[in-house]
Design a protein around this ligand. Sequence first.
Ligand code: ACO
Length: 312
Amino acid sequence: MGSAITGWGDALPDRVVTNDEFAARLDTSDEWIVARTGIRERRMGSTTSELAVQAGRAALKSAGIDGADVDLLVLATTTPDQAIPATSAAVHHALGCRGGAFDLNAACAGFVYALVTADALLGAGHRRALVIGSETLSRVTDQEDRSTAVLFGDGAAAIVLESGATGDLVLSYDLGVDGSAASLLYADHGGHIHMEGREVFRRAVRTEMVSIERVLADAGIGPDDVDLFVPHQANVRIIEAVNERLGLPMERTAIVLDHTGNTSAASIPLALAEAADSGRLAEGDTVLLSGFGAGMTWASAVIRWGRRGLPR
Ligand code: ACO
């Protein structure tokens, strides 16, 4: 038996922070931020658990199930509410889930890591998993540092995975990490994000390309077979560079970073949920997911969209 994505939902804080708001107090401009990143505004506020609960609730509703129907919760986050306990414990309690729950930190690749992990655990006997990406990066960003403050935003999105589908959800995947590059992007406990942007950019393009080529080959497909590409939303120039080199058209690529900024582990599910909500995904579509981030981690997967889950 395979699994299927039977529901999705997202949550963004109410507070919109525009580029002009930064330009009013930092040495930056709307023109620079849009031209160098593609970001026009981002949302800030709330907590990682609150956003996760909101997105999780929306995903459960969309799947037509209750928290008690869920027997596995995986929360991808790099900004947990506390060092101890895991933020997933509070989310599990608030949603009334059953079974186990754990946080997974693979930075911006976290959601794809979580999806692949949950799919494997459904294969091992779990019935329904709630997979959430939730982040409050504004809490760990120095709002006075123009080189990072303008990049990050807060948000969450979730999907429900159910076993009992006729085919496989994950057609191929590639998970990786290069700990030798950890110093390129880090935040100490209680500290702020430090990033060597130019080098992260260079590695992101190179790493994503290799990883995507690998999962396409493993799935036995080419770029033309991808109905929707859902990349990590860090910088539109990274996405354009990858697309150009691989022959993936921007028209078949989901972009939300213009209004969310980089939301790390929440960025891929946010883009996936928006695409699904706007009718861009149809039964049987082939979807390519790819993310990279602090670690440096990366994760790509080819998935099949829209198969029926367990009988209601
Ligand atoms: N406004 C105006 N100027 C700025 C700003 C700003 N907000 N930020 C930086 N600059 C300046 C720099 O100081 C530099 O000035 P200098 O030449 O006098 O030193 C100049 O702009 C160019 O800086 P670069 O870093 O070369 O600019 P670049 O075009 O590379 O863009 C950016 C910077 C947007 C950070 C880019 O490198 C990037 O997107 N990197 C990848 C980030 C990423 O993908 N992170 C993913 C993982 S996130 C995670 O895991 C949590």
